[in-house]
Design a protein around this ligand. Structure first.
Ligand code: CA
Length: 431
């Protein structure tokens, strides 16, 4: 998973500016999803949905949580199972390397949420350069954004960063695979959660030199940061090849939300950006490979969502799911092999609880109330002819629109209100 990578900022979606040969190889050797979505247009809630396979609104994770490590509510509720919890039941070892963002209180620590190994940081963003990491841990943070400067943790222990963060995350991922293969015959799951290309824009000369022709200060760094991730993906693929497990390992690649355009990303041809329920906020670079079962070169255009990853791997691993925690995702494999006809999802739903915003995708249509629904009303777009969401056709199709709204209301009736304070809107932030 990358962080804030725009829809067009990957070779397999047409970027000519940022070469991403290794990431592209995942799509080429497997599947490119043209209409791959996440369940929320910013980091925290998107990750909460991804890691549980459930709409995060079901458990009130409606916003980026406060980073306050004393707040016992601000994280993924303990009533939810992560994909690591579920896979543990069938003998998997799991690691998360990189960004967590699902709670900073000790009760939410990855090692308490099914993971066997953690190397990374708990908060929603981080500095990339070793000399910038001067705060011992999140309990020592005394002002806004200082969590970007906390030392990395290996499990519970503070560790010194010795190189550019993206490279260190790649190394930790490879070391985990290496150690695991030496010590276990069990299968493993690795959540490699790069924070690039999320701000702050920081890259080393090695990567910046690849983008000498990019003039914009931010864009140059953003490109360089993605290039570093691509190198990392290449090294992980090489490691799997060397261990002779590449063909029978499923790899998903996606961004946790759309690119924040003002920060130099490119969501072409989509409207909107990170934070929006227009396509630019929720439709992301999305690909997967599993060479042993899925032939390469598939371009799949029915809508899929990040929640499907949990459902896919849980079903393949034979892991059971508690009925009270039924998944919203579906196993994608039968749709990719052609064993199942039709679409994985009849409807996809989104909600931004604070902003009273909503969206529904149904076939090629999308209804969206981008903010303050009660004041601004809804818009309807036909994405097949109008991927840019430029021609609002709601007046022409009001009966159909009302049907979609009804579907959303039925879904929304199952969702919960927010269960914790929003980042930037609590005493800890204000102190
Ligand atoms: Ca993000």
């Amino acid at each position: 998973m990358t962080d804030d990578q725009g829809y067009h900022d990957v070779g397999f979606n047409g970027s000519k500016e940022i070469p991403t040969p290794y990431i592209d190889s995942i799509a080429e050797n497997g599947v490119k999803f043209t209409d791959g979505y996440v369940s929320f247009p910013v980091c925290g809630p998107s990750r909460a949905g991804f890691i549980t396979g459930r709409y995060q609104d079901r458990f009130g994770f409606t916003t980026n949580p406060t980073q306050d490590p004393n707040n016992e509510t601000a994280g993924l509720p303990l009533t939810e199972d992560t994909m690591a919890d579920v896979l543990k039941k069938v003998g998997y070892k799991s690691a998360i390397v990189g960004k967590w963002h699902l709670g900073t209180h000790p009760k939410f620590h990855p090692l308490k949420r099914g993971f066997d190994y953690f190397y990374g940081f708990l908060s929603g963003g981080h500095n990339y350069m070793p000399e910038m990491l001067t705060v011992e841990d999140i309990t020592k943070v005394s002002k806004r954004w200082q969590w970007y400067s906390t030392k990395l943790r290996e499990n519970h222990k503070a560790v010194e960063l010795e190189k550019y963060l993206t490279e260190a995350l790649t190394d930790a991922a490879i070391d985990f695979i290496d150690q695991h293969k030496k010590e276990n015959n069990s299968p493993f799951m690795l959540f490699l959660s790069y924070n690039a290309p999320h701000t702050p824009f920081q890259a080393t000369k090695k990567y910046l030199d690849r983008f000498e022709n990019v003039e914009n200060w931010g864009r140059k760094r953003y490109c360089a940061m993605i290039s570093a991730v691509d190198d990392g993906v290449g090294k992980v693929l090489e490691k799997l090849e060397n261990e002779n497990i590449k063909d029978n390992t499923i790899i998903f690649f996606l961004s946790d939300n759309g690119g924040p355009v003002k920060h130099a990303s490119n969501n072409f041809p989509l409207r909107g950006a990170k934070g929006d329920l227009y396509e630019g906020g929720t439709r992301v670079p999305f690909a997967m490979q599993w060479p042993e079962k899925i032939s390469g070169g598939i371009v799949y255009s029915n809508p899929v969502i990040s929640l499907d990853i949990m459902a896919t791997i849980a079903e393949l691993a034979g892991a059971s799911i508690d009925s009270e925690k039924a998944l919203d995702g579906v196993n994608l494999i039968p749709f990719l092999t052609g064993e199942k006809k039709g679409k994985p999802h009849e409807y996809l739903f989104w909600r931004k609880w604070e902003q009273n915003a909503m969206a529904v995708r149904h076939q090629d249509k999308k209804i969206v109330a981008a903010k303050q629904w009660e004041k601004n009303g809804c818009e309807l777009y036909s994405l097949k002819e109008d991927i840019e969401e430029a021609n609002n056709i709601i007046l022409k199709e009001s009966l159909y629109s009302n049907k979609l709204i009804k579907q959303w209301e039925n879904w929304n009736a199952q969702m919960k209100d927010r269960v914790f304070p929003t980042l930037g809107n609590d005493d800890w932030w204000e102190r």
